[in-house]
Design a protein around this ligand. Structure first.
Ligand code: IMP
Length: 422
């Protein structure tokens, strides 16, 4: 039996889908524990591109149950669209998808509140995905959330929506009336009808799979540096993206965790605002963006790009309890004559080898780089570590040493088979 956990350890978009895919062959259940439609996982099916936001990518395994944990914020409208796309590709989840009755529901007004708040914040905006994530989690913390089990009572849902509209009017002087939201509200009610079928507690099933010695795959969304507490607050998402979030967002406990796969791009990207010490505002940044096709799967926004940050990687390994590092998009570095890695920071004339106590000052510090030679050749089709060019091996060995954890998987291209396992 093993409970395998896949977590992004940067600012999201690390390419988690690739490792999820390679770990999926013999799983009995796949689950998500946090976030919602702010995530975007691109998967390919018979040459067609499917972008999943709320349903875990492990859905591709037809034998696996899919569980959406109570730590998630569920957007019924988005979920209905994903379900329709899956039906089209003959991947209908039917009796193998369950949404926790205790998950929080996102309504059209959560999205509206997200937009209004971001617009009101002006230059201090977070750069959210505007999917209503923050306002829905705020309701949860305020103990006012609309829970999935409450979707049975449409009168209650209507009252909830009316209260929310009033809130937009009071907080943001929103002048629109209920009637002006008719299309969104109708779509919401229609979607609620569809997803209600899937709302059922799955604690018993999950427990039984674990007790039978089955394999479970837990998919994190976003990345550690967007964690509400461990990330670059306030430029974070509103959930716990770290391993800690698993044990409050899904009905399992920490003694059950076996393998924690920490996913890192071979460089770093970020969407939205907030500090990013190794960001490159130059030709290197542009090269990484173009070569890595760094545009958000959910919003299409260009991603900010920079060098691998080993200081933050050590933090990710420690906080998440990572015991396997997965390096993705290594091939994006193929053409570079030299590659830098941040190994420490300087702040107020002092050197820091970790971020403990200085996360809130990330925007002020200067990275200390080590420069390594590039390999300037294609690495596609290489299936073993030993066959990689010497300088590629040197780069990976350096990352491994600096990140304080073994690199067990290396993704060298977009295709499924472009993955080296050690
Ligand atoms: P929110 O999650 O929509 O509230 O956005 C908060 C911050 O997290 C913003 O900087 C978003 O760009 C970022 N974010 C949210 N989801 C993702 C993701 O899946 N990948 C990368 N960044 C994300």
């Amino acid at each position: 039996m093993s409970v395998n956990i896949v977590l992004g350890c940067q600012w999201g978009d690390e390419g988690k889908g690739k490792i999820v895919d390679s770990l999926s062959s013999d799983i009995q259940a796949v689950a998500r524990f946090q976030g919602g439609a702010n995530a975007g996982h691109t998967i390919y099916r018979k040459g067609e591109k499917i972008v999943l936001h709320q349903i875990p990518s492990g859905i591709l395994q037809k034998a696996a149950y899919c569980f959406l944990g109570h730590g998630m914020v569920i957007d019924p409208v988005g979920l209905q669209e994903e379900l329709e796309a899956l039906v089209k590709y003959d991947l209908a989840p039917e009796h193998r998808l369950a949404i926790s009755p205790y998950a929080t529901i996102i309504t059209p007004f959560h999205k509206e509140l997200d937009r209004l708040r971001e617009e009101a914040a002006g230059t201090a905006s977070i750069g959210t995905t505007r999917k209503g994530i923050g306002p829905a989690y705020a309701d949860l913390i305020n103990r006012e959330a609309l829970k999935a089990w409450e979707l049975e009572d449409m009168d209650l849902v209507s009252e909830f929506l009316t209260r929310q509209l009033l809130l937009t009017q009071k907080l943001y002087q929103n002048e629109k009336t209920f009637n002006e939201y008719t299309a969104e509200i109708e779509a919401f009610f229609t979607a609620v009808e569809t997803i209600r079928f899937y709302i059922q507690d799955f604690t018993g099933e999950l427990k039984a799979i674990i007790e039978r010695g089955g394999n479970i795959l837990i998919e994190g969304a976003q990345g550690l540096l967007l964690d509400l507490d461990y990330g670059t607050y306030p430029y974070v998402t509103s959930s716990h993206t770290s391993s800690g979030g698993i044990f409050t967002g899904l009905p399992i406990n920490f003694t059950m965790a076996d393998n924690v796969y920490g996913v890192f791009k071979a460089y770093v990207t970020r969407v939205g605002n907030g500090p990013f010490p190794t960001e490159q505002f130059n030709a290197i940044g542009k090269h990484l963006q173009d070569t890595g096709f760094e545009f958000g799967a959910t919003t299409g926004r260009p991603r900010r790009c920079g060098w691998y940050d080993a200081v933050l990687a050590r933090y990710g390994v420690y906080i998440n309890g990572v015991n396997h590092i997965v390096i993705t998009k290594l091939d994006v570095l193929n053409d570079l004559p030299e590659i830098k890695v941040a190994v420490a920071y300087e702040l107020d004339g002092k050197r820091f080898d970790n971020v403990f106590g200085i996360m809130h000052r990330l925007g002020e510090l200067t990275p200390v780089y080590e420069t390594l030679p590039g390999w300037q050749q294609s690495i596609s089709g290489i299936s073993t570590f030993e066959d990689l060019p010497q300088n590629t091996q040197r780069y990976l060995n350096f990352l491994e040493e600096q990140s304080a954890c073994r690199i067990t998987h290396i993704s060298t291209g977009v295709n499924r088979e472009d993955m080296i396992c050690r």
